[in-house]
Design a protein around this ligand. Sequence first.
Ligand SMILES: Cc1cc2nc3c(=O)[nH]c(=O)nc-3n(C[C@H](O)[C@H](O)[C@H](O)COP(=O)(O)OP(=O)(O)OC[C@H]3O[C@@H](n4cnc5c(N)ncnc54)[C@H](O)[C@@H]3O)c2cc1C
Length: 317
Amino acid sequence: MNWESVSRSVPLKTLTTLKAGGEAELFAKATSTPELVEIAAACQLEGVKVTPLGWGSNFLPSDSGVKGLVLVNQTRAIQIDGDVVIADSGVAFQDLWLKSTQAGLVGLEFAVGIPGTVGGALVSNAGAYRSNISEFLIELEIVQDGKADWVDPSWMEFRYRDSVLRCESPRSAVIARTRFRLPKGDAKKSYDEAREYQRQRIGKQPPSASAGSFFKNVIDAKLASEIEGLSDGMRKNNVVPAGFLIEQCGMKGFRLGGAMIGKKHANFLLNVAGATAAELRSLAEYAKCEVKAKFEVDLEEEVMYIGDWTNFQPISP
Ligand SMILES: Cc1cc2nc3c(=O)[nH]c(=O)nc-3n(C[C@H](O)[C@H](O)[C@H](O)COP(=O)(O)OP(=O)(O)OC[C@H]3O[C@@H](n4cnc5c(N)ncnc54)[C@H](O)[C@@H]3O)c2cc1C
């Protein structure tokens, strides 16, 4: 690997949808899978921490920055062989749906409106409308300990919006390529369904800088059966939306510095006026405290705090 092509002290703010955070100590871009594998493997062998970055739509870097190398994934190759789709991890999740549908393969309609790469989607087992990306995955290529290997999806230990790559000390691994198997179906129906999902999103989602839902929804049969005001559908599925709990705490529109709880959707934390990462995280901590105090529920972040947060002290509202 050519270390001379690596940049230093690169601001990450503009590369995240929350538009906040500090700098990457080291920074490189990969535009092909061989390049991605080479850089990731070289870092792993040299003991340099590598943090892959897709579209930064679930990524809040600390204001103190990110140590090691941030590797922007701009790999784009996608290939279809019968009912199997082989995609680079840098392919946009929405393109995975589009290209598959064009080939008469369906099932990924829910991906429309989820901004980000296939790699980022796998890390958080992204999904919507009762479907998740992991349902269709049959194999993935992981760069680990300096080499790339194809592994079974069970390697990822997928759960609701979770995988082994989100745990507290995640394996230093980069997803390089992926293989999905999709059912054959009606492309027209797939477009119509995707359009309807998109329409629903436009109605619900605020246009300001955000990372989509900041917290995971709460799966709790007891809470869902007891809490007042929940829709029948949610109650039946034992789901209590995080936004519903935050809203019940009267926090819609609540502001801390440049960070604000969405007025339209309380699970969206918005950067409305140049918020720092610390302001965004402090507001998230405050919402968690309020929800805990009122409902005895621990909200869990869907957004990932990246980099050095050791000196983070929540700012009081
Ligand atoms: C408006 C909006 C709506 C959203 N709606 C949804 C939704 O409906 N459902 C949903 O699940 N999410 C949603 N999200 C969240 C987000 O879009 C998804 O989590 C998305 O899949 C993240 O992809 P990304 O490429 O941006 O990942 P990033 O944010 O760039 O990275 C996220 C994490 O994955 C790691 N990572 C990225 N690529 C790789 C790789 N190749 N190998 C290993 N690790 C990697 C990063 O290091 C980081 O830890 C929404 C976000 C926004 C802004």
